[in-house]
Design a protein around this ligand. Sequence first.
Ligand code: 13P
Length: 341
Amino acid sequence: MNLAELNKIAEAMVAPGKGILAADESSGTIKKRFDAIGVESTEDNRRDYREMMFRSSDAMSKCISGVILYDETIWQKAKDGTPLVDIIKKSGSIPGIKVDEGTKPLPNCPGELITIGLDKLADRLTKYYEQGARFAKWRAVIDIGAGIPTHSAIHANAHALARYAALCQAAQIVPIVEPEVLMDGDHDVDRCHAVSEWVLKETFQELYYNRVALEGIVLKPNMAVSGKKSAKKASVEEVAEKTVRMLKNCVPGAVPGIAFLSGGQSDEEATAHLDAMNKIGNLPWKLTFSYGRALQAAPQKAWSGKSENVAAAQRAFTHRAMMNGLASLGQWKQDLEKKAA
Ligand code: 13P
């Protein structure tokens, strides 16, 4: 393992003013997104849609440090025959790859899931590296409900994340470590805070036992937010303050950066929360975005599967990327949203 090189990539992924585009929706998830805009999920449509974003040159070169791809996309070519990976690289952005293989029910833990995909992962990582991937992603899912999460589920998922991270670093690939505590449910922000802290503590303990070099990872956590069905919604300031406190208690300063998932927050909420955290300032790591839905909802709607809408969709994508780029510096203002509307 060349740690200096891994660290250089991790630092580039969280470079000031930039964040990550999570475009790694599985076939099932992208079908759901396309159903919502009345587009058939064919291989060509998925290619055209993603090509539209990767060719948004302003957004890509100024605000997007890296793109997480799904297996299908990393091998795909644009309409004109250029590999999509080359379009991403040419814009100055780094290609990355989702390597987990989804979730399965965790035996003896009703309602809880374990992320799978460790078997043969070393071989897959070698192939992805040859194809240009310099970072990877693995998502663990923790749900909050009556009697859950259990320690068994948190521990099993943290262990899998750490095994994955160690394999990535051995293959000279920076692991994005993503332990996601879901915002589904009616729990309040304090319960989310407490569970997320537990999950992060366990994750870093397992990273340590598996000898993962923290200088060569990027953490992708959820924020401390109220559940979607909670009666009381935490304010932007409360989310920012509680999330930063949680991270300071759990994430060593050796980690170069933290790139949040959006997890079902609205576009503007995800931007406002990130901005408010960076306005607090004086943090030991970079705080940025690795958003899927919060970057793509607007361009998806604007595109709606029609080639004549590509320019409008690229404008919508560029706007969200710019807003989040500013939020990663703590320089976003709400009136910038209105000006673009
Ligand atoms: P969301 O921002 O839509 O939560 O997606 C990010 C991601 O990569 C989830 O694994």
